[in-house]
Design a protein around this ligand. Structure first.
Ligand code: PMP
Length: 297
């Protein structure tokens, strides 16, 4: 349930009740997927709700608009303040925040004249499960980087992610793993991939992936934990030589992977560097200081 009669959203410059808010059925975004969005988390900390890396997310939202040509400019700081206000109005601490920039009625394939901003949020408690993911190599590849602006978090790109996820679940897997158009490892439908051996980690380089904010956080954590990270082009064979692997993203946080196409990783997740990163990430987002790990905004 994303909303009830009590839920507030921010739409077109004002806070409104989700049940009363309206949008146009002739919207260009609805018909063609021409819009952009973000997925942001807020965590309950000792100092109250804290939105993790708000600035990075809102900067990416604005950059996504710029990349695909949606005329929408504003101050990321203002969007952050609005999001805090939204959390407060709804009484949320642990929450998922979803800003969406969408275009007004326009059935032609031209630059939109009317652009709207919606920010909504729903409660998202701490994930307690520790289940490792079973992946399949998707039969869908990531979109060709010359077909779209891969760095934009655009609505329409997610048809690819939905197809891969439906396929994975229909075949009894938890998630898909998508390759790029040349057959190199790319990413999950909504998360970036890391894999490793001992203290060395590997992650697909930019090109066919959405370079996640969590991915950057993981690279920073590796530095603090004395782990080496290499970015490159890797194959499925490289992946299966690894001892551990994980997906990372704002929603998934750090999710350990058990197997790919039924083949298990050789290491024990609980003793892997992946698990250390998972713990460090959980503490970081909740602003808990553990060992030498200093938290940032
Ligand atoms: N790749 C894709 C395709 C995604 O949708 C996401 C989620 N935004 C990610 C990677 C991870 O990005 P982030 O860490 O910024 O949430």
């Amino acid at each position: 349930m994303y909303y009830t009669e009590k839920t507030w959203i921010f739409l077109d410059g004002k806070f409104q009740k989700a049940t009363q808010a309206q949008s146009n059925l002739y919207a260009q975004t609805l018909h063609y997927g021409y819009g952009v969005f973000e997925g942001i988390r807020s965590y309950q900390t000792e100092k109250g709700a804290r939105i993790f890396k708000a600035k990075e997310h809102f900067e990416r939202l604005l950059n996504s608009c710029k990349l695909i040509g949606i005329p929408f400019e504003t101050d990321p700081e203002e969007l952050t303040q609005l999001s805090y206000k939204l959390l407060q109005k709804n009484g949320f601490q642990d929450a998922y925040i979803r800003p969406l920039v969408f275009c007004g009625p326009n059935m032609s394939l031209t630059r939109p004249k009317e652009v709207h901003l919606m920010i909504c949020a729903w409660e998202w408690g701490a994930y307690l499960g520790e289940q490792l993911l079973k992946l399949n190599i998707s039969s869908f590849c990531r979109p060709h980087p010359k077909s779209l602006h891969i760095a934009a978090k655009a609505c329409g790109h997610y048809v690819n992610s939905i197809l891969a996820t439906i396929e994975a679940k229909d075949k009894g897997f938890d998630e898909g793993l998508l390759l790029d158009y040349e057959g190199f490892l790319a990413e999950g439908p909504g998360a970036n991939l890391f894999f490793g051996k001992g203290k060395k980690l590997f992650t697909p380089a930019s090109g066919s992936i959405l370079k996640g904010i969590t991915r950057a956080t993981v690279i920073g954590l590796c530095d603090e934990l004395g782990l080496e990270v290499e970015e490159g082009r890797y194959t499925e064979t490289d992946l299966m030589k690894a001892e551990f692997a994980f997906y990372c993203g704002t929603a998934a946080e750090i999710a350990g992977i058990e197997s790919v196409n039924g083949k298990k990783f050789s290491g024990n997740w609980a003793e892997s560097a992946g698990k250390r990163i998972q713990d460090a990430y959980r503490n970081l987002v909740r602003e808990k200081k553990v060992n030498h790990l200093i938290t940032s905004s």
